[in-house]
Each structure stands twice: as C-alpha cells, then as structure tokens.
Ligand binder design. Structure first.
Ligand SMILES: *Cc1c(COP(=O)(O)O)cnc(C)c1O
Length: 394
C-alpha cells in the first residue's frame, strides 16, 4: 500500500466532502425513537428541506440512495403501461428510463448527442403530437452528472404549459440542488428527486422527494405496487410512519447539521460560491483545451453545470491513466468517464463543501498530471483559474 500523506481531495461528483461538523454530529449513541427531543429534531428537518426545495408542499425522507428516490417518484404517480417521456441528457437519464421500463412503464426516450441541454422545442413537439395524452410524466435530469449538462426547468415547464399537456414534471435534481437555483413551487415542478451525498454535504444514504398537490392527487389513482415508497403511508400521526419504520437516526443528525450549515451560509451565497468555483474550473479547462487533446463535453457555455465538469480526452491519449496518476501521486480523486464516455473522459466534481484553495489545489494537480501523462494542454490553466477567482471577488 502506498502511503499518502495529507488530505484526500475528493472531486468525484458524489459522494462529496462531508464537513467535520456533519461527521461529528453523528458520533453519538443511538436514541430512543420516542425521545421528544429526537422527534422534534427529525420533524424540523422536513420543514427545512421545504426551504431548500423552495416549496410549501410535502417533502418525504427515505433511507435510500438516489435510486430509491427515483423509484419512489415513479411508483407513486404512475400505473402499469403508462407512457413517460424521457429526454436524454446522459447516462443518468438513461438509467432512470431503464428503471421506468423495468417497472412496467412505456418509455419514449429521446436520444441526443450527450452534449446539449434538453431542447424545449423538441419536448413541445412530442407533447403536441401526443393528442391523446398517453404521456403521463416527463422525466428530466436537471444536471446529468455523466455529461455535466444542466437543463432549464422553467423552459420545460413552459413547453408543458404552452401545449396544455397535463403530464407531470418529474425532476432529478440530485446533482444540481444547492449548486444552482431550484424553485419547486415557482417553477411548477410536480416531483423533485434528490439525495444527501451531493450538494447537500451529507453521507450517502438519505433520499428525498418533494411532491406537488397535483402529484399527490395522481398518487391516489396510481396503481404500481408500492409500500415502503408510498407517500400515503408516511402521513400518519405516529412518528414511526414518517420513515415507514425505524428512523435513520444518525443520518438525521447529519441532515440536521447540514441543514443548519445551509441556513447559516444561505442558499444565495451557496449558489454564488458554486458559480465562482465552477467558473474557476471552466477557466482552467478552457486554457487546457487550447492544446487540442481536451475539450468540454458540453458545447454551449451556458449549459455547463455548476457541480461537475466533464472533459473529453482525445482517443490518442489515456484518460484512465490521467485519473489514476491524479489519485496515486496527488491523492486527488476525479470522476471517470461514465456510460458512453467510459475511458474517453474525466470529470472534476466541484459541488458541496468546497472552497477556493481546495479547487485551486485540484486544478493545479490535474494540470501537473496532464504534463506527467504527456497529454497536450494549453499552459496556464491554473493561472486562469486564479484570475477567474480574483475577478469573481470571492
Ligand atoms: C448520483 C446521481 C444519481 C444516483 O444517485 P445514487 O445515490 O447513486 O443512487 C442519480 N441522478 C443523478 C443526476 C446523480 O448525480
């Protein structure tokens, strides 16, 4: 085993860095589930999650990862044979569609080249063509972590409104929440899907649904089998029912602490920090691309995510070796190319509990490893990141 001193720089797009405060909040004994202080603490998380989603509607907390929240969103509002429209954004839209199909839903999957945000005109076209309203839901991934493309939720909502189509809007914001604005009520979202381990700075293991009144009504008629995921089972007067069993005690202590941190920093400041750090990464990548071997996966600058950047590597060079060199020599963990981009890209995660020196450290390390691996790149990416940070006044 190689000894690596110093801290690991975790720049995978989930899980992300867990603040010491959040870690410490979990280092305690289990509690009596009927303990009044514990119950009050747990219940307070629901209200504070509503603030994170910007909704006054219901929020549900599952002991699960993001896949659990995906499944919960589907089984609560849909019935066997229902059609869902899934615009492709990358490997996560694909995986969600595969799950939908496996649950007995019919999937209208709209393929793309993985390099652009969802085209609202294309969505409107599909909805208009569906005059019989067979499509019951549109499943969109806000930021697809494989491609690092961010799509506009209001634009898709507008496509639904303009066509007068009644389909629900289901949004996977797992890798976008708390890195870009998210306004559940204002944007007319029906179900939001999120998880603890990305922008929300917690360990993996909690998953969330925010649910509109319209989706709640649909859930009364939906017939896909569900039990643990069933929103209706989680409304009981008994505290026990909120978690459909034993509450995930320690995960909830972590959630409470993370929500306190979100509240202290403020969502606006959190988003501004992500914008600034992502800007630094993008400035560096832009310079590296001048060497001809690297390119942004997302072609339009305004569609690039604040949470992760996917960088394509010309096939003459070894993207895997670059990532392994970063890990073994510099203790910097990068994301690999995922799905169709396996072996052809690397990803720099920049979401969650991060600050400028962490980002500068990661960028400088990647730049060094590009040199070590003989991958041509424009010189001065780190300098460009410094300039970007000094300009953004952060
Ligand atoms: C991470 C991620 C998921 C899957 O979450 P898990 O916790 O790994 O199940 C789904 N969608 C997006 C956009 C993600 O980034």
């Amino acid at each position: 085993m190689t000894i690596q001193s110093g801290r690991n720089f975790l720049h995978t797009p989930g899980p992300t860095n867990i603040p010491d405060r959040v870690l410490r909040a979990m280092v305690r004994p289990a509690v009596d589930l009927n303990d009044a202080d514990f119950m009050a603490m747990a219940l307070s998380c629901f209200g504070d999650l509503q603030k994170v989603f910007e909704t006054e509607s219901n929020v549900y907390i599952y002991s699960a990862n993001g896949h659990g929240a995906w499944e919960a969103a589907l089984v609560n509002v849909l019935s066997a044979g229902d059609c869902v429209l899934v615009p492709e954004t990358g490997h996560f839209s694909f995986n969600w569609s595969v799950m939908a199909e496996s649950l007995g839903l019919e999937v209208d999957y709209v393929e793309t080249d993985w390099r652009r945000a969802i085209d609202p005109d294309m969505i409107a076209q599909r909805l208009r063509a569906d005059s019989g309203h067979r499509i019951k839901a549109v499943l969109m991934v806000h930021t697809d972590t494989a491609t690092s493309v961010t799509s506009s939720i209001p634009a898709i909502r507008k496509a639904l409104n303009d066509t007068g189509h009644p389909a629900l809007l289901l949004v996977d914001t797992i890798a976008a929440l708390a890195t870009v604005p998210f306004k559940f009520d204002e944007w007319g979202i029906d179900v939001a899907v999120a998880a603890s381990q990305k922008g929300l700075m917690q360990p993996p293991g909690l998953a969330f649904n925010a649910v509109s009144q319209k989706a709640l009504q649909m859930s009364e008629k939906a017939t896909l089998p569900r039990n643990y995921w069933d929103w209706r089972r989680r409304h009981g007067r008994e505290f026990y029912s909120h978690f459909c069993g034993t509450a995930p005690v320690h995960q909830l202590f972590a959630l409470r602490e993370a929500l306190d941190m979100v509240h202290e920093e403020g969502m606006e400041a959190i988003i501004a920090r992500h914008q600034s750090l992502a800007g630094a990464v993008r400035s560096a990548v832009e310079v590296w691309c001048e060497g001809g071997a690297l390119s942004f996966n997302v072609t339009a600058a305004e569609e690039r995510a604040n949470s992760v950047t996917t960088i394509l590597v010309d096939e003459a060079y070894n993207a895997t070796a670059l990532r392994e060199t970063c890990s073994s020599r510099f203790n910097v963990s990068l994301g690999a190319g995922y799905g169709r981009l396996q072996g052809r890209a690397f990803r720099i995660g920049h979401m969650g509990y991060l600050n400028e020196p962490m980002i500068l450290g990661a960028i400088a390390s990647v730049e060094t490893c590009l040199a070590v691996c003989g991958i041509p790149h424009g010189a001065g990416g780190t300098q460009a990141a410094i300039a970007s940070l000094s300009e953004s006044g952060s």
